[in-house]
Design a protein around this ligand. Sequence first.
Ligand SMILES: *Cc1c(COP(=O)(O)O)cnc(C)c1O
Length: 426
Amino acid sequence: MSDRLPGFATLAVHAGAQPDPTTGARATPIYQTTSFVFNDADHAASLFGLQAFGNIYTRIGNPTNAVLEERVAALEGGTAALAVASGHAAQVVVLQQLMQPGDEFIAARKLYGGSINQFTHAFKSFGWNVVWADPDDIASFERAVTPRTKAIFIESIANPAGSITDIEAISTVARKAGVPLIVDNTLASPYLIRPIDHGADIVVHSLTKFLGGHGNSLGGIIVDAGTFDWSAGGKYPMLSEPRPEYHGIRLQETFGNFAFAIACRVLGLRDLGPALSPFNAFMILTGIETLPLRMQKHCDNAKAVAEFLATHPAVSAVNYAGLPGDRYNALQRKYAPKGAGAVFTFSLKGGYDAGVSLVSKLQLFSHLANVGDTRSLVIHPASTTHSQLDDAAKIKSGAGPDVVRLSVGIEDKEDLIADLDQALRA
Ligand SMILES: *Cc1c(COP(=O)(O)O)cnc(C)c1O
């Protein structure tokens, strides 16, 4: 055995997996079972009391999902992970461990449209109050901190314009406030950015996007960096206080640097119930094996498409952090030197009507509400994902009426450029 630590591409193929001990199957089997037989009554009791690790019921854990969890934890540099049914489920489960009714969390204003809705409406009904801050103005995060602040939530590469967030600067604010920094790393994937290396305490993903990568399976994951002291300040009773449902154990005291991942599983997933299907875990694991190859091709294609659009007479602006003149280019070179991702926006001189017309004329780009597929995708946020926002909020979140968002796929870049060219001419 060499003592070399495995590199990223090796981890993407192997982390968490080994040949099946009973059959020798080399690919990770789909353990399509709801439940698992106990060895004996003592074994059953110790599993239920959290004195032993093992499989009980697929809502709480499953061996196929466990391989996915170990693999993403390895790729992100975390201590443990928990797979759930979707990216949105990951966000609910994370915040449920941190928030009591009446508490606040600070969120960057530039977010996936669905997260803006979830935070504004659904979370409000739980008594969780979101306070918005501007990721381009670090002081706005500092000003938003109050004694009720329990977390800060940002995206590493932010929807919809692919802007790059200064994770280290915001992690300094979080540290000072004594709250964890949660980073949604969906658009970057750990191939481009590993937020834990820059001070994130928790990473969440929609596995539905680049990690799964093929537009065929929903999933989400929570990665615990193992860095946060949940007992300091008495702010996080779910982690620091005795749990009545588990014979009074304290999760941080018992599980140390993976207590947060355990809390998400045994308090969040167990009770809220958004379990990931083992079939979806299998599909996503298969996708992750080619993540480094796909992600590099996504980035290279996106850069070529952005360069083409930047010189096109129908286009008034291109927001792609990989272009030298872009306002996020310096942050991109610091945080994501391998590429600026594949999701970005551009503006049309023809405004709202030109945006609606363009999406209808493209042939290779599919008009739909998703990103991170092998296929190239397009959407006009103002008439779809961001249509609930008023005009000022649309512009603030980067989704003004003239803005079109692309998720550039892994086809031949010449074909993508030709498709855009014909649709822009029409
Ligand atoms: C899609 C997405 C989500 C939500 O994920 P689902 O799997 O659709 O629930 C959250 N954040 C970002 C950045 C996304 O792109």
